[in-house]
Design a protein around this ligand. Structure first.
Ligand SMILES: Cc1cc2nc3c(=O)[nH]c(=O)nc-3n(C[C@H](O)[C@H](O)[C@H](O)COP(=O)(O)O)c2cc1C
Length: 190
């Protein structure tokens, strides 16, 4: 059997009852057998990015974050939308992972995006803003179809389990496509 694709999953929301963390957990439930997804919960520990403290590998939370991104074959980012962009916590995590640019752990790292919002747009604009950042880091992002989960309160139950059957099926198929995409981009072993 193929070695499972090792994906690091990150939710951009720090909120306890986050729909985006719940969406990430649904992805873990629905991933195909040739994939593993490890949830990374440390982005809330990162200080605000400041080059003055980014010396000798950076502070411990930054070292842990960069090490985790580096070790993963691919990244699954599940983003909330805050004021038509990603959350500050997520953008900050991307900033930490992006430095120094010449050796960034994001360089060439395959990425898939998903997002849930309580309104009608389902994180469309936050995802577009993230795609723009990943142009700078030269990280290939699976282009589509986009996984947008609008009206999140209607798609999850009180225990934050994704109950909407069509969304569950769509996420599974998206992860199958993501596995193919990331494997195509993986460095070839001789
Ligand atoms: C500061 C802030 C800004 C927000 N801006 C948007 C927005 O631009 N678009 C949107 O659809 N929802 C917006 N929302 C509502 C979020 O979609 C909603 O709070 C959602 O539950 C956040 O994700 P989470 O459940 O993973 O924390 C905003 C919420 C907050 C707290």
């Amino acid at each position: 059997m193929t070695t499972p694709l090792k994906v690091l999953g990150v939710s951009g929301s720090l909120r306890t009852g986050s729909y985006n963390r719940a969406l990430l957990r649904a992805a873990i439930e629905l991933m195909p057998p040739d994939m593993s997804i490890e949830e990374y919960n440390g982005i809330g520990d990162l200080p605000l990015y400041n080059p003055d403290i980014d010396v000798q590998g950076g502070p411990a939370p930054a070292v842990a974050w960069r090490t985790a991104v580096h070790a993963a074959d691919a990244l699954l980012i599940v983003t909330p939308e805050y004021n038509f962009g990603p959350s500050a916590a997520l953008k900050n995590a991307i900033d930490w992972a992006s430095r120094p640019p010449a050796t960034s752990v994001l360089h060439a790292k395959p990425i898939a995006l998903m997002g849930a919002s309580t309104g009608m747009s389902g994180t469309t604009r936050a995802q577009l803003a993230l795609r723009q950042s990943f142009v700078f880091t030269q990280s290939p992002v699976l282009s589509g179809p986009e996984v947008l989960v609008p009206y999140a309160a209607t798609r999850f139950d009180a225990a934050l389990r994704l109950t909407d059957a069509a969304t569950r099926d769509f996420i599974h198929r998206h992860l199958v496509r993501f596995a193919e995409f990331a494997r195509r981009l993986a460095p070839k072993t001789p």
